[in-house]
Ligand binder design. Structure first.
Ligand code: NAP
Length: 445
């Protein structure tokens, strides 16, 4: 057997993930070397503050603040710093100097993915990013390799652990959003500034990566329709529970045909949705992640596990290190990303799904009929109506019966977003409708 020279691995960043990657590389180096067919030498770990405490032991001699020199002397560069810059420039430098690169940085890939993939193709490098979506869960390689011979139709993903933890607590403990967020912060699931998670930015970045891979089409981050969970109320979650649903923040990536134009394309959206309690995604509790996908030949598949965590994410990164090292041993250029389908990106208005709308209406004869007519005038077919009548308390000191109101929960058959939006707009302007209290999409039926 031909002996291959040892490969030089540089790690950029020694935070939650980077420290674990460096430590596991040192601990299991011999075992990984035998899988690769070449030794793996950790040549350095770049940080900002060499004196900072680390979550795993890294020998002092390996710590450096000179990331550029480290990159120039490496065969494999692992970027675990986060942020857009200098992460982007460092990956570019690494590829241009002949290294393969690995990153867990979804923000970077969702923002600069196409230009980084173009550089990789140009110089024959390989860019690996298994940890960028779903932490420890293998989903990038299954989409890129295992399912490359199939046609993916749809992905429903729980790809943000913080929001899943919050919504799960609202469902199982009866917490308000504020209470659940406070608990998530205390347990370290939510950052001091939780905006990226609760407003759906993090999930949108991951959705753009998943959709691009699944549909062999570049899906820009700006094209992802995004709604966070800040509007989700305790009442919505409890009503969902009573009706046999659970509220989840979903990343929905679909290949669909726009009914108005007949154009086939890709739609990607992130928003809270009602999921039936019988659906496998309803069983994803706490901060876990899962990606449920439907493919033409494979049928339904679900990938489930820890979506974050230093050591868990390090597992996915080390898998990439082994792949990159094997490629070095075998030689030849890296495999380019497939964007061969080049499908058009469709706007949210093209999406067709089911909805559940909750209204407060006056409890008077004819109101229900008027509302049903309004739905049908906009081409939205009603599947089920549930009505709860509630007499209002008599005004203080007043006499006579106060007018009764009713809560209507209306489930629709599949309708387009544009038809639904028009229906909601006209409901809001109808005299007998006091308020449209909730509009939620229903997925996974
Ligand atoms: P982190 O704990 O904030 O650590 C970042 C590390 O990068 C720190 O060691 C920091 O150095 C170093 N760093 C930052 N800027 C640098 C610079 N300009 N030069 C040199 N070093 C620099 O981050 P993390 O949680 O490990 O996340 C790393 C990446 O993995 C991110 O892209 C994140 O999105 C992704 N990811 C994380 C998880 C997770 O569970 N944490 C899961 C999946 C993906 P100092 O320590 O000296 O400040």
């Amino acid at each position: 057997m031909i002996e291959y020279r040892n490969l030089r691995v540089a790690v950029l960043g020694a935070g939650s993930v980077g420290a674990q990657v460096a430590s596991l590389l040192l601990e299991h180096g011999d075992e990984l070397a035998s899988r690769v067919g070449a030794g793996l030498d950790l040549v350095g770990v770049a940080v900002r503050d060499p004196k900072a405490r680390r979550t795993a032991d890294i020998p002092k001699r390996l710590i450096t603040t000179d990331a550029e020199s480290l990159i120039l002397g490496a065969d494999i560069v692992v970027e675990l710093m986060g942020g857009l810059e200098p992460a982007r420039s460092y990956l570019e430098l690494a590829m241009n100097s002949g290294a393969d690169v690995i990153t867990a940085n979804k923000a970077l890939l969702a923002t600069h993915g196409p230009e980084l993939f173009a550089i990789a193709e140009q110089v024959g490098a390989q860019l690996y990013y298994e940890a960028a979506v779903g932490g420890a869960i293998p989903i990038i390689r299954p989409l890129r390799d295992s399912l490359a011979g199939d046609r993916v139709h749809r992905i429903l993903g729980i790809v943000n652990g913080t929001t899943n933890y919050i919504l799960d607590r609202m469902d199982t403990e009866g917490d308000t959003l504020e209470e659940a967020l406070a608990a998530a912060t205390e347990l370290g699931y939510a950052e001091a500034d939780p905006t990226a998670d609760i407003e759906g930015f993090d999930a949108a970045q991951k959705a753009s990566i998943l959709a691009s891979l699944a549909f062999h089409t570049t899906v820009p981050l700006e094209s992802v329709h995004r709604e966070g969970i800040t509007g989700v109320t305790h009442a919505q979650v409890q009503a969902a529970r009573d009706a046999g649903f659970v509220v989840k923040l979903l990343a929905v990536c679909e290949r669909l045909v726009d009914s108005a134009t007949g154009i086939e394309g890709v739609s990607t959206r992130v928003h809270p949705a009602l999921v039936p309690r019988t659906h496998p995604l309803a069983a994803v509790h706490g901060a876990n992640n899962a990606v449920f996908l439907e493919a033409e030949a494979a049928g339904s598949l679900m990938f489930y596990g820890a979506g974050a965590g230093g050591v868990q994410t390090a597992s996915a990164v080390l898998g990439d290190v082994v792949s990159a090292a094997r490629r070095h041993v075998v030689g030849g250029p890296g495999v380019a990303e497939s964007t061969s389908a080049g499908l058009p990106i469709l706007p949210i208005s093209s999406v067709t799904t089911r909805y559940q709308i909750t209204l407060e209406v006056a409890d008077r004869p004819g109101v229900l009929a008027r509302i049903a007519t309004l739905f049908s005038e906009h081409g939205v077919s009603v599947e089920a109506v549930h009505q709860t009548v509630r007499p209002l308390a008599a005004p203080a000191g007043g006499t006579g019966a106060a007018p009764a109101t009713a809560t209507l929960v209306i489930g629709t058959h599949e309708a387009t977003e544009s038809a639904l939006a028009a229906t909601v707009a006209s409901l809001t302007g109808t005299e007998s409708v006091a308020e449209v209290t909730s509009v939620l999409r229903v997925e996974g039926l």
